[in-house]
Design a protein around this ligand. Structure first.
Ligand SMILES: *[C@@H]1O[C@H](CO)[C@@H](O)[C@H](O)[C@H]1NC(C)=O
Ligand SMILES: *[C@@H]1O[C@H](CO)[C@@H](O)[C@H](O)[C@H]1NC(C)=O
Ligand SMILES: *[C@@H]1O[C@H](CO)[C@@H](O)[C@H](O)[C@H]1NC(C)=O
Ligand SMILES: *[C@@H]1O[C@H](CO)[C@@H](O)[C@H](O)[C@H]1NC(C)=O
Ligand SMILES: *[C@@H]1O[C@H](CO)[C@@H](O)[C@H](O)[C@H]1NC(C)=O
Length: 410
């Protein structure tokens, strides 16, 4: 009797304990019970084949309108294939959290895409994306159709994996992006946007697969991310202001770039760009500013690159105001005025003999360029390692502080 009573008591205690544990878990995330929307409840199939776009959109609409407080959209473990998908705001719920636990696959059938992106978040105030999951752009089959060997000369670019347009108070953290068709992520017309702890990976020879492209946005912070692709790890386009990039591990790829600027007449100036604590390995450029000839009269100013390590980088420090002009014989000059640019504590190795190139516009020469504590050595992998390491400057007149290796140019 006593024996059986105690067995019942243990069983009961167990049930109570389990109930407590599950209450505890739910208690920690009250929004899970209030307003969590699971895409599978709307018919999304984790089989990697069925097109789940419509289910995703219906689930988003439910999460977006479900409350006036926080809400959550859950993409559970599994492989969910989508084509063109728009997550449209404005939302009554705020913030909306999208938890990507599983893998989202962009349809490999290109005829599914009419627009410029696979997943678009548009017009949302208060958006958080997290969850440790993967967005796989399945670009391998599409890259052969790319007519873009560079992001800047590309009339019909392949679809961007994830685009944010007119998102304010956005956070994207702890997700993985792989093998996008076009860019992996674009942030445009956004304000107050944080990106952190992402992994972005595509082959070094995949065309035009920029990691993160930022344009027409204010107050954007990107930190502690590992990015290796076939184009710029991060590119900061026209109209970007107050952008803070730090803790980036970049390579392979084309480096961290401001630009290209000045391709189209309606472009806006760029200012307040701070890039620090980052390393670039095996990239074609390190920190670069690139502008086109025949540009509108805009400016790129108040720019700092600080505490950057270069490993086997082809052009560690480069300003190129003749971007693609030789190849396309464009004529003219760039009217993008570059000023107040600071390079501080840049060290490491170059695999070409010219480690610093400041090639500014003859019409609007660079002003206020500072090089402070530069220590770049020639890599033993450089093809011409018997030639010295040098700098090349035109229309730049930089000022120098501290160590200068390679020797300063005029
Ligand atoms: C990114 O990659 C690192 C190293 O492989 C890994 O530790 C980290 O968990 C990854 N991040 C995500 C969001 O999965
Ligand atoms: C550098 O990148 C190229 C192109 O992606 C790759 O083939 C090569 O193995 C890389 N080298 C190193 C040292 O990582
Ligand atoms: C940029 O972010 C880094 C790291 O979070 C921080 O230390 C630094 O102060 C920021 N710089 C600016 C100009 O906001
Ligand atoms: C510098 O970047 C690394 C990632 O590469 C990060 O772990 C570290 O916290 C950063 N340091 C500072 C002071 O921000
Ligand atoms: C320069 O840019 C930084 C952000 O990178 C900003 O905090 C600072 O106020 C700007 N300075 C001027 C003079 O505009």
């Amino acid at each position: 009797m006593a024996h059986s009573f105690s067995a019942t008591a243990v069983a009961l205690a167990l049930v109570v304990a389990l109930a407590l544990v599950s209450c505890g878990a739910e208690g920690a995330r009250p929004t899970d019970t209030d307003a969590a929307v699971d895409v599978t409840k709307f018919g999304a199939k984790p089989d990697g084949e069925s097109n789940s776009a419509m289910a995703f959109i219906q689930a988003w609409n439910a999460a977006c309108k479900s409350s006036t407080g926080p809400s959550k959209l859950i993409i559970p473990p599994g492989r969910f294939m989508i084509g063109e998908t728009i997550f449209q705001g404005p939302c009554s719920s705020k913030p909306v959290t999208v938890e990507i636990q599983g893998t989202i696959l962009a349809n490999s059938d290109m005829s599914e895409f009419t627009g410029k992106e696979c997943l678009l978040f548009q017009d949302v105030d208060g958006l958080t994306i997290l969850g440790g999951g993967i967005f796989d752009g399945q670009g391998q089959s599409a890259w052969q159709y790319s007519n873009c060997r560079s992001s800047d000369n590309c009339n019909s670019p392949l679809p961007i994996s994830i685009k944010f347009q007119k998102v304010t108070n956005g956070v994207v953290q702890d997700i993985n992006l792989v093998n996008s068709k076009g860019f992996h992520m674009t942030i445009t017309s956004c304000n107050n946007f944080v990106v952190e702890r992402l992994n972005i990976t595509a082959p070094g020879n995949s065309p035009n697969t920029d990691g993160i492209h930022i344009s027409r946005s204010n107050q954007v912070r990107v930190s502690n991310s590992v990015i290796g692709t076939g184009d710029d790890c991060i590119s900061i386009g026209e109209g970007s202001t107050n952008v803070n990039i730090s803790g980036i591990t970049c390579g392979p790829g084309h480096g961290i770039s401001i630009g290209s600027l000045g391709k189209r007449p309606e472009e806006n100036s760029v200012s307040g760009i701070f890039v620090s604590n980052s390393s670039l390995t095996n990239t074609t450029n390190g920190v670069r500013i690139k502008t086109f000839h025949n540009s509108p009269k805009i400016e790129a100013s108040n720019i700092t690159f600080e505490d950057i390590t270069m490993n086997e980088v082809q052009n560690p420090i480069i300003i190129d105001q003749h971007y693609r002009s030789k190849k396309h014989s464009t004529g003219g000059v760039s009217l993008v005025k570059i000023s107040d640019v600071h390079y501080k504590n840049i060290r490491g190795s170059s695999i070409s003999n010219v480690a610093i190139t400041l090639s500014c516009s003859s019409s609007v020469p660079c002003e206020g360029i500072e090089l402070a504590d530069i220590d770049i050595t020639l890599s033993s992998n450089c093809l011409k390692k018997l030639l010295p390491l040098s700098s090349s400057c035109s229309f730049a007149k930089p000022v120098f502080k501290g160590k200068q290796n390679p020797p300063a140019c005029e």
